[in-house]
Ligand binder design. Sequence first.
Ligand code: SF4
Ligand code: SF4
Length: 503
Amino acid sequence: YAIDAKACKFHECAKCVEVCPTKAIELDQKPEQVTLNVGSIIVATGFREYDPSVIKEYHYGEYPDVITHLELARMLDAFGPTGGVPVKPSNMKPAKRIVFVQCVGSRDRRWNPYCSSICCMISLKHATMVKEAFPDVDVTICYIDIRTTGREHEYYYERAREMGIKFVKGRPSEIIHDPATNTLVVEVEDELLRRLLELEADLVVLATAMVPSEDTKELAQILGLELDQDGFFKEYNAKLRPTETKRRGIFICGGAVFPKDAPTTSLHAHSAAVKAAKFLMNGKIVKDLKVAFVNQDYCGNCQFCPVTCPYGAITLEPKGDGHFAAKVSELICEGCGVCVGTCPVGAIELRHLKPSQITVQIKALLSVNGTSKPLVLALSCSECGHAAVDSSGMAMMSYPANVRVLRVPCTGVIQVQHILEAFKAGAQGVMVIGCKPDGCHYEVGSQKAKQKVELAKALLGAYGIEPERLEMFNLVFIEGDKFAEAAKTMTERVERLGLLQLA
Ligand code: SF4
Ligand code: SF4
């Protein structure tokens, strides 16, 4: 609980201090900055109601009888300012006709394109609360779609209709105030009846969008976390790691990730708490050395790698000679190698897989053929790419034995030079198998690989080699059939093109 400083009489009254059994109230408490030394952080900063005053056609802030759900919730609270009675704020008389307007600032490209997911249920809850307590009050809900996806939520909707709450399918175009009668008029087209309606109301309740809480951007910057396109904290993986972030030890949950109802928020919070507890349990962080490092003598301070690293693991640090050089945080680095493939001067390497080691493996794989078909090298990422190769095997699909697969952490690690080396070592064709660009486990790895494939194709063309000997394939992990198909296609293609003759 918090004390409302505007209403509290502090030491003039101080009754709460006397009655609080745990002595939790300190009336003289002042705001202070506290520094805590912690091993893990859970971001649970929630969301807030969107300020609908920017939506000029609804006149929130101008017409006192146009309110939001939070304001209605205060009225419906038996201990609230109106003792549980919904009233017209303009004259404090009980409201007899209430219109709810859905999707205010949500599902509207002018403001927020997403569905805030909980406002339909909030309106159904508040509308039924009003109808239950005041059966004579006329209640209408204007909606685009009623979304009742949670457990038992559809029953609420059915119950609301049985109680006589009216539903109009349509987004109101304007709310007008009639000063003569102090009445509001909601103009809406009923899409089902194809009729323009003018709904008279004493009170209009806006079901506003739910947006990230204030200062989310600043907090994200401080913690080094990413935000999604709607400004909420972005999870490591929406399906598999929904409360983790790319920052080890920092977890997110509840409305900070996206608007949620109470049961889902509770589940999320449990998940984040368990993850944080597990993280702290050992008392130390155990991490293998599958990380990148920078040879600072070679770094030209081009600043490509800090912006490319999907984990924000690279910073530029002063070298002491007035110049800056990149530095990898081994704690944060996930060893994807995207930075390695990006560095124009080869200043970064993975400790566990140097570019020269990739070249050696390529040469070894292509040193023996043993089939009658031309050799094709498939460079696959360790995520979806290799999982697709694996799933083709598990499903007993066959792909030509002349296709040699080399697994790398992420296709982003591949350099143009590796592709050229493969042709030099005897490959007649090269396939690069990565995740889908919008599903890359290292976000930009697939895109970076695609750029390098295009560059390598241009170079091959300049050397008089058919660029179609090189192809990138973006697969998801279950697409074993597509990998097998691609391997056959590539083999047939290089057979058709004939033997590659390098000078
Ligand atoms: S290997 Fe990946 S995670 Fe590590 S610094 Fe390079 S880009 Fe970042
Ligand atoms: S990409 Fe290479 S040269 Fe550029 S800052 Fe990073 S390490 Fe230095």
